[in-house]
Design a binder for this molecule. Structure first.
Ligand code: MTE
Length: 327
C-alpha cells in the first residue's frame, strides 16, 4: 500500500510556535519545579499505595509541546472517564478493575533496566528519568483495538531522548518493552489471558519517532496508577495495547520481539498494530469508533482515521509496506 505523506513525513513547527528565549527560561523554571514536586509526591502518599481521589495527585505540568499534531481540536476526555475506564489486565479484565485495584501497585523505589544492544546498558532510577529531558504536554488521540477512543493530555518527553542517551548499537533494530509483573499486588496475574509480564515492542525507528512518548503524567498531574504509573509508553498512531504501562525494562534487540498479544492470539494481533480503518480485526470492523464521553443515545460513531490521524507524521515509516500483511 502506498502512503501519502508531506515530503519528509514530519510537520515542522510554524515560526510563531518556536519558543522565545524568555518563554524557554520560564518553562525551565516550571519544569524544575515539576521534577522536584513530582518526586516528593511519589515518595510520600502515592508510594505508600494510597488511592488518591482524582484532582489530588502531585502536579506535573509540562510546556506545550512543539511536536506537531498535538494541539488537536478534539475535546479532551474527562479525567473521570480516563481514570475509571481502563485496560490494565494485571489488575483484572473489567474496565473498572484497574481503578479499584491498582492502588496496591508499589511505585517507589522504581527503576527501568536498559538492556541488550546498546553502548550504555544499566538501571535508570525514576528520579534520573524524570530529569532526562524537559516535560511537555501533548494532547494525543488514543484508539483502542476494541473500538473506542479517548483524547488524553499526557505529560512526558519523546522516548527518543532516552534512546539517544543509551546509544543503540548499529545492530539494534527493535525495542522490547517489559512491564511490571508482581503477583503480590496484581490479582490479574492469576489469569492466563497473557503470559506475564506484559511485553510490547516497536521497530527502532518507530521508537525513535518524536511522537512516541515516555509519559510520566496526564492532565497536569503524575500518572494515576491505573493509567500506568510511574511511567508508560504512549504511541498514538497504534492501537492502545502497544502503549505498555508501568515499564520496568527496555531491551534493544536485532529480532522482532514476540509481544504478549501476538503470543496469546497470533491470528488476531500482528506486530505493527497501526490504527488502520481498512484492515479489520478478524472478529470486528475497525472502520469506526466510539469516543468515550460521547455515548449518548443519539451520538454517532466517528470514522477511524488512518494511523489514528497521524498519517502526515508517521506514514513515511511504512512507505512501500503492504499494511494488510504487516497489520
Ligand atoms: N499495559 C499493561 N502493562 N497491561 C495492560 O493490560 N493494556 C493496554 C495498554 N497498556 C495494558 C497496557 C491497552 S489494551 C490499552 S487500550 C491501554 O493500555 C489503555 O490505557 P489507558 O487505560 O490509560 O487508557
Amino acid at each position: 500500500m502506498l502512503i501519502k505523506t508531506d515530503g519528509d513525513g514530519f510537520n515542522h513547527p510554524l515560526g510563531s510556535e518556536i519558543t522565545s528565549q524568555q518563554t524557554y527560561l520560564r518553562r525551565r523554571g516550571v519544569l524544575q519545579w515539576a521534577g522536584v514536586s513530582a518526586l516528593a509526591g511519589w515518595s510520600s502518599a502515592q508510594a505508600q499505595g494510597n488511592s488518591m481521589p482524582s484532582g489530588q495527585l502531585t502536579p506535573m505540568p509540562g510546556a506545550r509541546s512543539q511536536v506537531s499534531g498535538l494541539a488537536i481540536m478534539d475535546k479532551p476526555t474527562s479525567y473521570k472517564d480516563a481514570t475509571t475506564y481502563n485496560n490494565f489486565y494485571e489488575f483484572g479484565t473489567d474496565k473498572d478493575d484497574p481503578a479499584r485495584y491498582a492502588h496496591a501497585l508499589k511505585i517507589s523505589p522504581w527503576s527501568v533496566s536498559v538492556e541488550g544492544l546498546v553502548k550504555k546498558p544499566g538501571k535508570l532510577a525514576l528520579e534520573d528519568l524524570l530529569k532526562l529531558a524537559p516535560m511537555e504536554e501533548r494532547i494525543y488521540r488514543m484508539r483502542c483495538v476494541e473500538g473506542w477512543s479517548m483524547v488524553i493530555p499526557w505529560v512526558g518527553y519523546s522516548l527518543a531522548a532516552l534512546i539517544r542517551k543509551v546509544e543503540p548499537l548499529g545492530s539494534a533494530k527493535f525495542v522490547e518493552f517489559i512491564t511490571r509483573a508482581d503477583s503480590e499486588t496484581m490479582p490479574g496475574l492469576r489469569s492466563s489471558v497473557i503470559d506475564w509480564p506484559y511485553v510490547e515492542g516497536l521497530r527502532l525507528d518507530e521508537a525513535q519517532h518524536p511522537l512516541t512518548l515516555l509519559a510520566f503524567g496526564m492532565y497536569g498531574q503524575v500518572l494515576p496508577k491505573q493509567n500506568g504509573a510511574p511511567l508508560r509508553l504512549v504511541v498514538p498512531w497504534k492501537y492502545g495495547f502497544k502503549s505498555g504501562k508501568s515499564l520496568v525494562a527496555i531491551r534493544f534487540t536485532d529480532k522482532q520481539p514476540l509481544t504478549s498479544w501476538m503470543k496469546s492470539a497470533p491470528q488476531e494481533y500482528g506486530f505493527y498494530s497501526n490504527v488502520n480503518p481498512n484492515v479489520d480485526h478478524p472478529r470486528w470492523s475497525q472502520a469506526s469508533e466510539r469516543r468515550i464521553g460521547e455515548d449518548g443515545l443519539f451520538s454517532r460513531k466517528r470514522k477511524t482515521l488512518m494511523f489514528n490521524g497521524y498519517e502526515p507524521q508517521v506514514g513515511q515509516l511504512y512507505a512501500g509496506m503492504d499494511l494488510k500483511k504487516f497489520y
